[in-house]
Design a protein around this ligand. Sequence first.
Ligand SMILES: [Zn+2]
Length: 604
Amino acid sequence: MALRVCRFGCASVKKINREDSLKKHFGILIFILWLAPSVRALEQKSLSEKLGEDYLSGQISRTLYLAYHLIAAENPEKLPAAYRNCPITHDICSTLRGGEARAHLDSASGAEKSLLAAALSRPDVSRLPLRLISPKGNFCLHFTTAGSDSATEAFVAEAARTFDYVYDLLIHEMGYHPPPDDLGGGGTPQLDVYIMQFSLYGETRFEQSVPGSNGQRYTSFIIIDNDFFGSAFKTQGVDALHVTAAHEFFHMVQGGYRYFPSTSMDSRFLFEASSVWFEEVAFDEVNDYLQYVQTFLNYPSNPFHVFSNTTYGLGLYMIMLEKRHHRNTIRRIWQGLYDQEPLPAWNAALAHDGEQIGLSLAHFAVWNGFTAGHADTVKFYPEADLYPPLTTKEKAVFMSTLVIEGNASELVTQYYCIEVPMGGVLQITPSLKRPADWMYSVAVYDPAKSDSYKITAGNGRQIVGPLSPGSELQLAITNISWPTFSYARNAQSFTFTLSAAFEQPSAEEGIYALSPAPFVPARDQFMQIQFILASAEETVTLYILSENGRKLIERELHGLPPGANCYFWDGRDANGLIVPSGIYLCHLRSDNKSWPLRKFAVMQ
Ligand SMILES: [Zn+2]
């Protein structure tokens, strides 16, 4: 799959050669042309666009496509003549493309393989002959003070201190495993950072499989730009150095958990979401990530798990996880990736906190509704007042009845903005063929009250209001079913009817669905336990019991909203073993309530 260059504010031209002012001004001219849509058609194609087109039309192989991207970042003068003068667009972080190139190396052959291998190798020692060991001894920085790659000694010293700082924070304070030893790569026992004129912020380049890891873990080195000055950088100078060091060092650590091409489901979204989040953890005062937030909030309905130009904005999701759960929840996702695919690893980390992906995505949709003018920095994102509003798919006006029809594929959320000029009480009634595949949330913006929200599963009805005249709702509908592979798109339709409500819903509490039935753990992965609560509950304890009442698991679920809720059970008992075929019981209890037992069957 071609990686798309971000076109929303971060694609631009970096200096081609600082020594050559003519070329530099030509670059700026192209940048200005790019900014003007009316003359965009006249503009020369960017290198990324040209390579993408030539690859798709079969003029160049995937090997060359990847190799030329790598060569462009470090040695643009070595590109074939046809590409040499194409302006180099600015990728956010080229780690993922480099990783794809590394994975591609085995299947490449002949001269193309040699070219790709050379492009993936470490920068030439003769180009960066000087070395500085970081004060704490974790890193060796390779640099030069001559020519176009030159970096000032102050810059190199700051880089050394910064890498030590992010190392201490992530490894010693936050408890991640140190990156794999690079086996003496670069001729030093330390981890290596190369500082050179690089047409991107930085890259963590995966180098070799950690012995005994079967290609699941990789050593790496880091390349960063030599000054972070130029029109390409949204954030410049030392600020850019800081967030780039945080971002790329986390990639280096991630390579020690799971090299992304080694999962069968695409795991790149976890790489970028985590690295962007860590920029904020390490350097809260530098807000380079706002560019990604904007892209995401403009296009919030891409499948969560499929890598695209909005993936970087999923750093927001990690910011939510840290605040709703704990910083360690994100580390548990990475630990899970050691031996699990991305979705089970992610789900297991949430399950540790009594939650699962579906409910987590419903909360994420709510948080995305409280930005800009609706920001609540205490309850939701701490910097939500700096974010733009979410671009909702459709705006509609509710008078007496409103029917919303749409569709969504796996892990997609569709957002609607509904104006309620008259106010009143609304009833939202979903009509869903497979209710277990859905969750929806309603964020309520009432001019006379503080903002609020509700989350509901499946076909559960929701009563909203009474609303003051002039209220607005954000209805977010999430398909929570799991894709069978990364790019599977199985769009399912939904219908939601909004009507004026005169009655409260009958609150039949307790478990209302256990699906699928029977539950076959090897086939289904999870059984959904759906239940209704008449009121919000601080803590509900869920038990799975054998038919004769022996306790197999006990899970505390926290902070549950009224209405329908859902828990995913993976078929394992407290010892982590899949339970044998048989009849089982599910039971729910809170401090002051106990709901009826439900029977279900497990088959192997
Ligand atoms: Zn990255």
